[in-house]
Design a protein around this ligand. Structure first.
Ligand SMILES: N[C@@H](CCC(=O)N[C@@H](CS)C(=O)NCC(=O)O)C(=O)O
Length: 222
């Protein structure tokens, strides 16, 4: 096994985060794609509590949970592309909005995907959550500094959010999600546009067309 190995599923937004952090930092690693319908001994032994991907195995030691994995990567390889800001208050902000993304953005999107009534109410909630995130972008940095939370370069929060740049259009195009408009969330639209152009993100995130096939096969309402 390589010194750095990622147990992964390509369509998982959580896997995408770990992969993107590794690529941003230029860390040599091996991907071990997992079948969640038939979990490997390695996955079960590496993440015995949740039995979920992603898991990062570094020098034989497993680290689970995407947020914890990206923190770990940033701490172990601090010299290239630091992801979290130096300032403790700004670090707290990155952690706060990461928690918001996982608790509010992900949950409202997942609820929309599971809804049996067309999901209009939860779609509205999703848009409101995106608008709160838009406010965070304005609060944490000026547009002149660059499109990302990290200004010109991707930061921790950008890594957390990047998978949504493919997930949202995928769910929009397959399941009819109404995303926040460019008028409602101009900075968020620019951020997603910049993610689509970023070389590491291009390598870490799937093509929207491929993701759409996955969403169609696994989530589309019959
Ligand atoms: N909070 C976890 C979520 C990871 C997660 O939900 N992984 C899913 C795939 S997207 C999984 O492994 N599911 C397998 C299962 O639930 O049995 C993280 O951030 O890493």
């Amino acid at each position: 096994m390589a010194s750095v190995t990622l147990l992964t599923v390509w369509a998982s937004p959580f896997s995408m985060r770990a992969k993107l952090a590794l690529l941003l930092k230029g860390i040599e690693h091996e991907d071990l794609p997992q079948d969640l319908g038939n979990k490997s001994k390695l996955l079960l032994e590496s993440n015995p509590v949740h039995k979920k991907i992603p898991v990062l195995i570094h020098k034989g030691k497993p680290v689970s949970e995407s947020v914890i994995i990206v923190h770990y990567i940033d701490e172990v390889w601090p010299e290239t592309s630091p992801l979290l800001p130096q300032d403790a208050f700004l670090r707290a902000k990155h952690r706060f909005w990461t928690d918001f993304i996982d608790k509010k953005i992900f949950d409202s999107l997942a609820q929309f995907m599971r809804s049996s009534d067309g999901g209009a109410a939860v779609n509205e909630e999703f848009i409101q959550n995106c608008m709160l995130l838009e406010g965070a972008l304005a609060e944490l940095g000026s547009e002149e500094d660059g499109p990302f939370f990290g200004g010109a370069s991707m930061s921790f929060l950008d890594v957390m959010l990047a998978p949504y740049s493919v997930l949202i259009p995928g769910v929009e195009q397959v399941m009819g999600l109404k995303p926040a408009s460019p008028e409602q969330c101009p900075r968020l639209h620019k951020l997603f546009g910049a993610v689509a152009e970023h070389p590491s993100a291009k390598a870490a995130l799937p093509q929207i067309e491929k993701l759409k096939e996955f969403i169609q096969a696994h989530f589309a309402r019959k």
